[in-house]
Ligand binder design. Structure first.
Ligand code: RAT
Ligand code: ZN
Length: 430
């Protein structure tokens, strides 16, 4: 089926009703395609159920999500220590009262809880918390995983897998039987950002490394990466970096990148994901909710891509101010794939702005979104909200195309949406 106006002359001869009905038709088509295309969620903090209580789900986990905890503290006098001493349900009660009962839950994180509950078929309202809790108690985890993935229309979820997390490592050491919908990503923050500590761990696991990072230590780090590649079969390696990240620099991060991680990526063909811009522990009293952001100097990324054109990099950046610069680097280096609206940028106004910017500078050669979900139920709202925005944006863009006389087909729209929702990323990884 073809959409739209076949030429400017044709367009000029159309009445405004005809134009808007064409646009409505196109909107309907884009909506149907975006909603029905299963996505690959390429960065989350969710786990395969075989990892036991590392997989968080349910209303209390949603309410104590660190995005909400940070917001709740803005409107309460409760001392930080007192909140952290409460048990999970009491913390959730406090957040519910503060953010959902004492004021309207207008923020994106609050709205998200309500979207997820609504799509799950639950009634929401200030007094509904006990009933909602009861409903969650009755859900068998197995079917709940499928229900959330269906409501978010996800075909796969990529986890964040850290060898440095003892609870997680313990599960991997038992060679678990895995749920194939959950893919893996090898997280390397301690290795790249805290060599003192990471080195001790590597030593205790039998790798012959030393504090000064001799050449043989770098070889041992490569051996460690290879072992974890064997163990978990990751899609990519990843690290979250501060806005001050610079490369090349005279520090252990550059040394480990240059002499271990990048050579490993080159040999294995695995991409390295750089998530740049997080300022850890701006307010440590907020614990996980205490991280902030800063504008980064993306010259570091440019240097990495330029120096290693045979290595694949994935990148997302946290500061709104860095987004245009990131796209321009993407235009210069085909070994760079840009993905998702990360964390503080995962709010409708910025998703809209960033996705539009990316479409305009990169066409469809990027991955539109990842959820970063820490609680399973969150995939429902994060994907529903983002798909809504994609539908409106793509309708705009295809309208512009059709105004030039370019014929649009369902197949072409479907191909583009596939690429934006995961197929482009998979192609880049191949
Ligand atoms: O989005 C988050 O939940 C953050 O706390 C971080 O985990 C961030 O996404 C990261 O992966 O470093
Ligand atoms: Zn994350």
């Amino acid at each position: 089926m073809f959409y739209g106006f076949h030429s400017v002359a044709h367009l000029m001869s159309m009445t405004s009703e005809q134009i808007s009905s064409s646009r409505a038709q196109l909107h309907g088509k884009v909506q149907q395609i975006v909603q029905s295309t299963p996505a690959l969620d390429m960065h989350t903090h969710l786990y395969d159920p075989v990892f036991g209580d590392l997989l968080l789900y349910g209303i209390d986990e949603q309410l104590i999500y660190h995005y909400l905890v940070a917001e709740a503290f803005r409107s309460t006098d409760m001392p930080y220590e007192k909140f952290w001493q409460l048990d999970k349900q009491e913390q959730a009660d406090h957040v519910w009262k503060t953010l959902f009962m004492d004021r309207s839950p207008l923020s994106e994180a609050c709205r998200g809880v309500l979207t997820s509950l609504n799509k799950l078929g639950l009634e929401t309202g200030a007094n509904q918390l006990p009933a909602i809790r009861q409903w969650f108690r009755e859900q068998p985890l197995e079917s709940f995983v499928s229900q959330c993935m269906d409501l978010a229309n996800l075909r796969a979820i990529c986890m964040t897998n850290s060898p440095f997390d003892p609870q997680e490592k313990n599960v991997w050491d038992q060679n678990p039987t895995r749920d194939e919908r959950f893919l893996t990503g090898l997280r390397l923050d301690p290795l790249l950002l805290d060599w003192n500590d990471a080195g001790k761990h590597l030593k205790s696991w039998g790798y012959e490394v030393d504090e000064n990072l001799s050449d043989s230590s770098c070889q041992e780090i490569i051996r460690f990466l290879n072992d974890w590649k064997q163990k978990i079969n990751p899609l990519y390696l990843m690290v979250s970096l501060p806005p001050t990240f610079s490369y090349p620099a005279n520090d252990t991060t550059t040394k480990i990148l240059k002499e271990a991680v990048i050579p490993f990526c080159r040999d294995s063909g695995l991409p390295l994901a750089l998530m740049i811009g997080v300022k850890r522990a701006v307010n440590p009293s907020l614990q996980l909710a205490g991280d902030g952001l800063g504008r980064a100097d993306l010259v570091a990324l440019e240097s990495l891509c330029a120096e290693n054109q045979d290595v694949k990099f994935l990148c997302t950046v946290l500061s709104r101010e860095n987004q245009q610069e990131l796209c321009v680097i993407g235009r210069k280096f085909r070994n760079l794939h840009i993905f998702g609206c990360w964390w503080f940028t995962n709010i409708p106004s910025i998703i809209e702005e960033m996705t539009r910017l990316r479409l305009e500078l990169l066409g469809t050669s990027f991955t539109a979104q990842h959820s970063d979900a820490r609680v399973l139920d969150q995939v429902i709202y994060k994907w529903n909200h983002s798909r809504q925005i994609m539908i409106d944006l793509l309708t705009d863009k295809y309208t512009h195309l059709s105004q030039t006389g370019w014929p649009l087909t369902d197949q072409a729209i479907q191909r583009d949406v596939n690429n934006l929702l995961g197929a482009g990323f998979e192609e880049f990884c191949r």
